[in-house]
Every structure is written in structure tokens, then in C-alpha cells.
Design a protein around this ligand. Structure first.
Ligand SMILES: NC(=O)c1ccc[n+]([C@@H]2O[C@H](COP(=O)([O-])OP(=O)(O)OC[C@H]3O[C@@H](n4cnc5c(N)ncnc54)[C@H](OP(=O)(O)O)[C@@H]3O)[C@@H](O)[C@H]2O)c1
Length: 201
């Protein structure tokens, strides 16, 4: 599968490497443009390509991995989604550590905001609940690390579950985007929670 990645920092790079390890090709993009990604693409190898934002966003499956504060400005300018899958890996920080601050969304949720901004995308929340490297730390034999996901479209969720499984992780579905996304977002009960599942679970 070709996977587009928007944002090429810790999340973009780590997921790119793991998607490639699972047999996929990746198109990485960032704000500064493809030429700024030369070193990273070289490091990731021949299954990685540097792309424009529009090229990465045109893939059948796209990961959003940029700062929350830039999401509302970015999404409306991307190509029409037409039912393609958008994995929302963002957390709603206004500032990162040391003076971290979380956006006050009132009754709203980050992923529902993403879904409204990316009309016609099948938005799946995933990969946001741990520091990204933590998803891929070694686990004891016989176990896989749990990766939560939430979304409204059953087929899209099955595709993302398959992708997560192919990466050696154990997907756990927390339900619809609104309810599940709230459980996963910052201050949600599953944000920061690390679980292992027995392989035959
Ligand atoms: N770091 C983690 O362990 C972790 C774990 C889970 C979730 N998250 C969440 O995942 C997201 C990404 O985190 P991160 O730590 O990988 O990186 P980040 O510092 O939040 O984002 C930097 C990346 O986003 C790109 N970017 C910024 N604004 C953009 C725009 N308007 N259009 C296109 N690209 C843009 C930057 O491109 P340029 O370099 O060209 O500016 C850079 O590649 C955040 O929402 C974060 O809260 C992070």
C-alpha cells in the first residue's frame, strides 16, 4: 500500500519506518517541501519518497502528524478526500513541554474537528496515545502492544486495524470517533495508557 504522511518529525518518521518494515511504501511531506526531506528519505530507504502535501494527501491512506495549532490552516487546502482514510495522530497541544498547554475544546473533540475540516475523509484516530517510540518498544515474547483506534466507518476501521496488526501491534477499537476519540485524546482515560495483549487474545 502507498501511505501518505503529512508531517515528518517524530511521528512521521517513526511511522514511516514502521510502515515500510511492514511492507508498505510511504510518501512523506512537510511544510517546507520535498527538498527539505532528502536526508530523511535517504535514511528510510527506497520505499520512502519525498512528496508535496498534495501528493501525500492524495494517497488512499494518509496520516496527519503535525502540530495541532496548524491543523485548521492546513486541512481545507488539501485535495478533496472522496472517502479516503485519514488517520489523525495529533494531540491537541497549544505548546509542547516544558510549558505545555492543551487546547480548550469545550464539548468538542480533536478528531471531530479534524473530521469537519477534512470533509468526506474517513477519519480514524490512532497512534496518539503514547510517545510515538513507545508503540514500538520491545515486548515480552507472546505479547503485542495495544494500539487504540476510533472511527465511524467500519471498512476504514478494518483497514487501519489490518495495518496496525501488520506492524506487530494489537488494535483495540474504542468505538465511534466522537466517543472513542475523547477516550484517546489528551486527558482522556486511555491517553498515556500502555497495555500488552497476549498474541492469541
Ligand atoms: N512526538 C510524539 O511522540 C507524539 C506522539 C503521539 C502524537 N503526537 C502528535 O502528533 C503530531 C506530530 O508530532 P511530532 O512530534 O511528530 O511533530 P510536531 O513537532 O508536532 O510537527 C512537526 C512536523 O509538522 C510539520 N508541519 C507543521 N506545520 C505544518 C503545516 N502547516 N503543513 C505541513 N506540515 C506541517 C513540520 O514540517 P516543517 O518541518 O517543514 O515545518 C514537521 O514535519 C502532533 O500533533 C503531536 O501532538 C506526537
Amino acid at each position: 500500500m502507498n501511505i501518505g504522511i503529512i508531517g515528518a518529525a517524530a511521528v512521521g518518521e517513526t511511522l514511516a519506518a514502521e510502515f515500510i518494515r511492514a511492507g508498505n511504501d510511504v510518501l512523506l511531506s512537510n511544510r517546507r517541501g520535498p527538498t527539505s526531506l532528502t536526508t530523511l528519505i535517504h535514511k528510510l530507504g527506497p520505499k520512502a519518497k519525498a512528496a508535496t502535501l498534495a501528493q501525500a494527501a492524495a494517497c488512499d491512506l494518509v496520516v496527519l502528524a503535525i502540530p495541532w495549532i496548524n491543523v485548521a490552516q492546513l486541512l481545507p487546502g488539501l485535495p478533496k478526500w472522496q472517502g479516503r482514510i485519514l488517520i489523525d495522530a495529533t494531540n491537541t497541544f497549544l505548546n509542547y513541554l516544558p510549558d505545555y498547554k492543551v487546547a480548550d475544546l469545550g464539548e468538542d473533540s480533536g478528531s471531530e474537528i479534524v473530521a469537519r475540516l477534512a470533509a468526506d475523509a474517513k477519519v480514524i484516530k490512532a497512534f496518539n496515545t503514547l510517545p510515538i517510540a513507545g508503540f514500538f518498544n520491545a515486548v515480552p515474547d507472546g505479547y503485542r502492544r495495544v494500539t487504540f483506534l476510533a472511527g465511524d466507518d467500519v471498512d476504514a476501521k478494518n483497514s487501519v486495524k489490518g495495518l496496525i496488526s501488520s506492524m506487530g501491534l494489537a488494535p483495540i477499537d474504542l468505538g465511534p470517533l466522537g466517543r472513542g476519540g475523547r477516550l484517546m485524546q489528551l486527558r482522556g482515560v486511555f491517553n498515556g495508557v500502555e497495555l500488552l495483549a497476549a498474541v492469541d487474545h
